[in-house]
Design a protein around this ligand. Structure first.
Ligand code: FDA
Length: 500
């Protein structure tokens, strides 16, 4: 409540925030999580908490009048739909030359993502984060993160026979025919539950086109794992629909945290000020970077390092689709949870790790869709724009080209071998590459540059960064396992050295 004093305040409830919340509460520290999105627990008039990809309503997007689907065209026509303006679960945040998809709600990105739980290749992890002890990460913190997240693997016998993964088998066959290796990818979706959906004994979710606007069942999102465990300690408080706007040193000790509370229609219902002994920034790569850059520019935390706002990358994300032959059906029925990837990361000429993505349209389309992760060297910067009062991101449209070049090598080869072509009607009109949006924003407050080696903000004892903004722009695989493991490592150190 307004005027309260709390020992620990966490801004945001995604992976970094959920890890901090669990480990702080377990250490006996009363912890307050402030989350701008809703707590997704109350069913709508259709009896469901979340809406499906095929029937989006207000619940789908964060305050938009029209959906902004990642694959937003079909046959060259805009496939978006008008919706009611509401505090929906998926945000597409538009910057000058890219738009960034992010989860909004208690659980952050875990509410909307594909659940792919990939531990990065050790050599690349060391290349990206050389100051972090990789022995310790791979022996201790990656296993801890995988356990805490509830990561599981698909039953391969079922995978080989079920209609729901025909799209993945077709994608695998064409990749292997062109000489690429493929790999099964772990997930946090409960595959045992998915088999029961298939058997008709449980309500369908992944098998009912639910994913980017939330899963009503089956998904081990953070509200069911880390945050539930934190809550069970009795020391966790969560304030949904509260957005932090400012953090500044309090007179005496601690920090003054200002926040705005809204209702689900977006009306401001209250402004509150809380004092916190310690503040953990866990608003995500974009959220934390924007907050810190704006707070610094407004003179509230003037001594933050110059590197705050730097080192942002899109994890080399680019999407593409291929048109299969008429006999290569990918299935009207597709699970929304990816389970297979094409692994060409060790190709020095252009590393690519591509998820074979579903396109759960409910009808046969002969489409193979991919989200490629590439090694893109370009890095952007967040800066405060004094004329608009907003934070800009310097990413340029042309900076995605290295990702296209790398992905094109792989998919040109696959197309050549299969005698197939790209689809050019899914990301625009005559547009092959989905290169103007990102699922994996990383960096902006990079470990060891904007913070010390554990996420402490220099000059401001008691301020910490714990989320994806610490990872310098690229990790070579889907990022949430890395974000979680790094948060586990850093919070353990912080609790032992700063909070004991
Ligand atoms: P995250 O974004 O999860 O959490 C930040 C939270 O802070 C949000 O809940 C936000 O609302 C809140 N917040 C922001 N500003 C605030 C403020 N000022 N005040 C209060 N709260 C604030 N990754 C992966 O590994 N496997 C996958 O399969 C996928 N798939 C995928 C699909 C889609 C559609 C998306 C959008 C993303 C993915 N990802 C993914 C990416 C993954 O979800 C992402 O990397 C993590 O959620 C990032 O975790 P963080 O803890 O950094 O922030």
């Amino acid at each position: 409540a307004d005027g309260d004093r709390v020992p620990a305040l966490v801004i945001g409830s995604g992976y970094g925030g959920a890890v901090a919340a669990l480990r702080l509460t377990q250490a006996g520290i009363a912890t307050h999580v402030v989350e701008m999105g809703q707590s997704w627990t109350t069913p709508g008039s259709d009896g469901k908490v979340f809406c499906s990809v095929l029937k989006p309503d207000g619940r789908s997007f964060w305050f938009r009048d029209r959906t902004d689907q990642p694959v937003n065209y079909f046959l060259g026509f805009d496939a978006n739909k008008d919706i009611a303006r509401y505090a929906g679960v998926l945000d597409s945040e538009q910057f000058a030359a890219t738009r960034v998809y992010q989860g909004r709600g208690v659980g952050g990105g875990s509410l909307v993502n594909g659940g792919m739980a990939v531990t990065p290749k050790r050599a690349y992890f060391q290349e990206v984060l050389p100051s972090v002890n990789a022995d310790e990460m791979y022996a201790k913190y990656f296993p801890r993160a995988n356990a805490g997240l509830g990561v599981n693997t698909i039953d391969q016998t079922w995978f080989e026979s079920t209609k729901w993964y025909r799209f993945a088998r077709v994608g695998r066959a064409s990749a292997q025919a062109a000489g690429y290796s493929t790999t099964f990818v772990p997930n946090v979706y409960d595959f045992a539950y998915m088999k029961q959906e298939d058997a008709g004994t449980k309500t369908k979710s992944a098998l009912a086109s639910e994913v980017i606007y939330g899963n009503n069942y089956g998904k081990r999102s953070l509200d069911k794992t880390y945050l539930a465990a934190a809550s069970a300690t009795g020391r966790l408080t969560i304030s949904p629909l509260h957005t932090v706007t400012s953090v500044a040193p309090a007179s005496g000790s601690g920090y003054t945290v200002e926040m705005t509370q809204i209702d689900t229609a977006g009306n401001t219902v209250a402004r509150k000020t809380v004092t916190a002994d310690r503040v953990f920034f866990a608003a995500g790569s974009v959220g934390t970077s924007k907050l810190l850059v704006a707070i610094k520019a407004r003179g509230k935390l003037p001594n933050l390092p110059g590197a705050v706002g730097d080192g942002w990358g899109n994890n080399g994300n680019v999407m593409v689709a291929r048109a299969n032959h008429i006999w290569d059906t990918t299935g009207a029925d597709q699970s929304t949870m990816p389970a297979m990837g094409i692994d060409n990361w060790n190709d020095a000429a252009g590393p690519v790790f591509a998820e074979i993505a579903p396109f759960p349209a409910g009808t046969e389309l002969w489409i193979s869709l991919y989200l490629a992760i590439t090694k893109n060297p370009n890095r952007a910067k967040f800066t405060f724009n004094t004329s608009t009062g907003k934070v800009d991101l310097s990413w340029q449209a042309s900076w995605t080209q290295p990702s296209i070049d790398a992905a094109k090598r792989v998919f040109d080869a696959i197309n050549a071998k299969a005698a197939t072509i790209y689809r050019t009607d899914m990301f625009g009109t005559y547009k092959t590459w989905g290169d103007d949006f990102v699922y994996h924003p990383l960096g902006g407050c990079v470990l060891g540059r904007a913070t010390d080696g554990y996420g402490r903000l220099p000059g401001y004892p008691g301020l910490y960064v714990v989320d994806g903004s610490l990872v310098p722009g690229s990790i070579g695989v889907n990022p949430f396992v890395t974000i979680t493991a790094l948060a586990e490592r850093n919070i353990e150190k912080i609790i032992v050295t700063d909070l004991a």
